[in-house]
Ligand binder design. Structure first.
Ligand code: HEM
Length: 366
């Protein structure tokens, strides 16, 4: 017996790794009618791993203080070997993650996978989405460019519209009356440590929920029958299903490659797609650049604040909308998951998407 086999046998006898692998890979059966939309979770995991890795590498050269932050990013872009690549991957990656998150959320909404027993999967996902937005917001300030400074000023200003606590909240977020060194310090700490830690834990919990409940059968095809979930815990089994490995992993890999191709095409051929002019000038608190706009995924919220006669109504409507989305599984509780048997849902869903796109375009051109 050679030594490699001896080591493997030693570990196998004590930990039963082969059994764990079988239960979670080859003997883990997924619904036969699973479709490509279910691969978005794996796409997100891949994108987050790239984001963590490039973020750690950027940390080696980035300096979190207003006197040096902008120059340190310039140095990463122009002098550090492959620094431009890590920085562009990180900045473009944030946008691709938001696109994948929105698509994942829209697809689980369309197939009503948020319904019982997956309420906690949905809720944890919803918190992850908001945390991802907060990570983008805090990351935006770090290069200390004109865009960073003024976009953060506009975003933190919005909190001032909240009655009673608004002014104190703005001071708390900024660590002063204006965006300043203290703002950079706290955003930096949250961006590189606090939020990634919370995000890691939440992603772990989300995957645990997915694995415990079992992947839901897609609500399509002649065999699909809606069914009430029992009162006790039950893992959704698919005895006639396809193995997670290798069958489904191949599908996952194909869609991951598609996303990476799209991502890298932007990184190499349009690296400044998400950067306006003001991202290339150092922050100047005394000169407001014309037409400062938030990133595309915040445009709907930014425009909503302008549409209503007062900012507080705008904030209230946004808050109500986000609360409704968070509580969706507790509001929409029927067993029916087939989209075309749920005309009210389908109408609101389509109108919601049109409204999001319409208001965002309006925000962009206004
Ligand atoms: C870091 C972000 C996220 C990661 C890594 C992630 C990962 C995953 C994975 C791997 C699955 C199983 C396969 C699939 O259906 O795609 C899944 C399912 C699910 N996710 Fe996420 N997810 C994330 C964000 C979200 C968000 C933002 C929501 C909604 C607000 C959400 C709601 C759900 C639901 C309801 C399921 C169950 C789908 C089913 O069983 O049919 N997830 N997620």
């Amino acid at each position: 017996m050679n030594w490699k086999k001896q080591v493997i046998d030693f570990i196998e006898t004590r930990l039963g790794i082969r059994d764990i692998l079988e239960q979670n890979l080859t003997k883990y059966l997924l619904p036969r009618n699973i479709n490509a939309w279910y691969t978005l979770g794996a796409v997100l995991l891949t994108l987050f791993m790239i984001q963590f890795a490039t973020g750690i590498l950027l940390l080696i050269y980035y300096v979190p203080n207003p006197a040096e932050a902008f120059q340190s990013v310039e140095r990463i872009m122009n002098e550090v070997p492959f620094g431009w690549l890590m920085r562009t991957l990180h900045a473009v990656g944030a946008n691709i993650i938001i696109i994948a998150l929105l698509l994942h959320m829209l697809s689980v909404m369309f197939m009503a996978s948020y319904k019982r027993p997956r309420e906690l999967t949905w809720l944890s996902g919803f918190i992850i989405l908001n945390l991802a937005f907060a990570l983008c917001l805090t990351g935006y300030l770090l290069p200390w460019s004109q865009l960073s400074f003024w976009a953060t000023t506009v975003a933190t200003d919005a909190a001032g519209a909240i009655p009673l606590i608004g002014d104190d909240l703005v001071r708390f977020l900024r660590g002063g009356s204006m965006v300043n060194e203290a703002t950079l310090g706290r955003f930096f700490a949250l961006h590189v440590m606090g939020m990634p830690l919370m995000l890691g834990l939440l992603i772990g919990f989300h995957l645990f929920c997915v694995r415990r409940a079992g992947i839901s059968r897609a609500p399509f095809g002649p065999d699909y029958q809606p069914r009430e979930h029992p009162d006790h815990f039950e893992h959704e089994e698919h005895h006639d299903g396809i193995p997670f490995f290798p069958n489904y992993v191949i599908k996952d890999t194909a869609v991951i490659c598609f996303f990476l191709a799209f991502f890298l095409a932007i990184v190499f051929f349009a690296p400044n797609l998400f950067f306006p002019e003001s991202a290339f000038e150092p922050a100047d608190p005394f000169v407001t650049p014309p037409g400062i706009k938030p990133e595309w995924y915040f445009l709907w919220a930014y425009q909503a604040l302008k549409i209503f006669p007062s900012e507080i109504i705008g904030l209230g409507v946004q808050g109500a909308f986000m609360t409704f989305l968070a509580l969706l599984p507790f509001i929409d509780r029927g067993a029916e998951r087939r989209p075309f048997k749920r005309p009210l849902f389908l109408t609101c869903y389509a109108l919601g998407i049109l409204l999001f796109v319409g208001i965002s375009i309006w925000g962009h051109y206004s």
